[in-house]
Write a protein that binds this ligand. Structure first.
Ligand code: ADP
Length: 457
């Protein structure tokens, strides 16, 4: 295969790559050679129409800066205040500010203009996430003929919600400019196909691909995984319980999320409160450790969540604490990965209850971190993409407080043999379908499409 070209919002240019996806992409680039394009993270008054070049262990990194207006309109505005809520079933939270779309579009055009002279026809270009939905269309306009794939890390929007997007008529054309449009789940593929079924001029061909005007492309699901082996090592590096000031028989329920309205945190706290109300006094105490660093604090919708959540935690703690015990411990900052892994391993229950989530890697990390001889129990929302591969978790409806409280009770009382059986089934999937498998499957599909395209010309 030709070179691999990766595009993501941020290029990991500050230090050695960390985190499952970044490391996996780094490994592919190192193996194939190629270029990683994306923003530098620097906001400057007058960004130049050119890239900076950095060397990245067998490949090049090419970064560009954003102006303050671009950071606002492209990143905070259209990407994170329009597309993010749209894709997470919260069209009501879309902030449709005049001009943001134009800036989003112009950043994509500028990037395409800067990339095009550096690309070769046999490159395989892999674009990541909703910051770059129009990028293939912009690259095609610059004359780029190479095979272009995209992966949508978040859920695909419901057809009904898409009607609320002012640029809804452009969406299908953006998608059709890619050769491969990757999604997390079968559910997302079904949502995308539903959109095309209702579209004039679109047709699903016998091989499953979609044709629209003069373009033909494929929509497929590629459920992302984690670097499970690395995670086990990190989980074993420290005794998680030694990090906590817990009574010896105190049980630990853990939640780990970015502070985001899609994560269902307020309902999670309420469910924990309901569970405490129903608790029989002589049962061992269970505490909820919630680690939730604030993100995107410049976006209005995010400023309100923190207040709401602190209110609910305060209420539950006010009702149930005593002198030596605070049932909800709520940490507002990121913790190092090895600490996180050790805490997962020390936990009796992983409480993962988003309203809407592309995949949810925390669920997979929790499973990978467990001791197979004495594993904790995963409680998982039916609305996390991970549920398609994790049927052996306790599946809950994150809108149903009573059901979640009951699941906590069931998880904490679950006999060892049932915990082991469920964990074995979950771990099999997490270790088999890890992030290396994901990247390889995606790249193999892009290579097949590229060969088929070449045969047609
Ligand atoms: P999202 O991509 O929506 O944030 P995921 O669950 O798919 O949700 O991925 C979140 C990632 O961020 C996981 O790898 C998780 O370990 C990490 N993470 C979340 N919260 C923290 C935290 N407080 N400290 C460190 N890492 C965190």
């Amino acid at each position: 295969m030709g070179r691999l070209i990766v595009v993501s919002n941020r290029v990991p240019s500050d230090g050695p790559p960390s985190g499952g996806l970044v490391v996996a992409l780094h490994d592919c680039l190192k193996h194939n050679g190629g270029v990683w394009f994306g923003t530098s993270g620097d906001i400057v008054e007058d960004p130049e129409d050119s890239f900076a070049e950095l060397s990245g262990d067998g490949y090049k990194m090419r970064t560009f800066d954003l102006s303050p207006a671009e950071q606002q309109g492209y990143y905070l505005g259209y990407a994170n205040s329009v597309l993010w809520p749209l894709c997470h079933r919260r069209a009501d939270l879309m902030a449709l500010n005049a001009g943001d779309y134009d800036v989003y579009d112009s950043v994509n055009r500028r990037l395409a203009r800067m990339m095009a002279p550096e690309l070769r026809p046999d490159d395989h270009i892999w674009i990541h996430d909703y910051h770059f939905l129009p990028l293939a269309a912009c690259l095609r306009a610059e004359g780029v003929t190479a095979t272009i794939g995209y992966f949508h890390h978040i859920p695909f929007p419901a057809t009904h919600d898409l009607m609320a997007l002012p640029q809804r008529d452009l969406f299908a054309g953006w998608m059709a400019s890619f050769d491969l449009f990757g999604l997390q789940t079968q559910r997302d593929v079904a949502a995308a196909l539903e959109m095309f079924r209702g579209l004039n001029g679109a047709e699903q061909l016998r091989d499953g691909s979609i044709s629209l005007n003069d373009r033909r492309f494929e929509i497929r699901s590629f459920p992302i995984g984690i670097d499970a082996d690395a995670f086990v090592k990190e989980a074993q590096s420290t005794d998680g319980r030694s990090l906590l000031n817990f009574a010896p028989d105190e049980r630990l329920v853990i939640g780990v999320d970015r502070l985001d309205y899609s994560k269902g945190l307020d309902n999670r706290f309420r469910a924990f409160g309901r569970f405490l109300e129903n608790r029989i006094v002589d049962e061992p105490r269970a505490s909820l450790l919630q680690i939730a660093p604030p993100t995107r604090e410049d976006v209005d919708a995010y400023q309100q969540i923190r207040d709401a959540l602190e209110g609910t935690a305060g209420k539950v703690n006010g009702e149930h604490s005593d002198l030596g015990w605070t049932p909800i411990r709520y940490i507002h900052h990121a913790v190092p990965r090895d600490t996180l892994a050790a805490l997962y391993r020390a936990a009796d229950v992983g409480f993962v209850t988003p309203f809407c989530d592309g995949m949810n890697l925390v669920a997979k990390e929790f499973v990978a971190a467990q001791d197979p001889a004495d594993p904790g129990v995963l409680i998982l929302s039916q609305f996390a993409g991970a549920v398609e591969q994790m049927a052996s978790a306790l599946i809950v409806n994150p809108y149903d407080i009573g059901e979640m409280a009951q699941a906590l009770k069931q998880a904490l009382a679950m006999p060892l043999h049932e915990r082991q059986d469920r964990h074995e089934a979950l771990a099999r999937g997490v270790f088999r379908n890890d992030v290396a498998h994901w990247t390889q499957t995606y790249l193999d599909t892009m290579a097949r499409i590229s060969t088929e395209r070449a045969a047609l010309t």
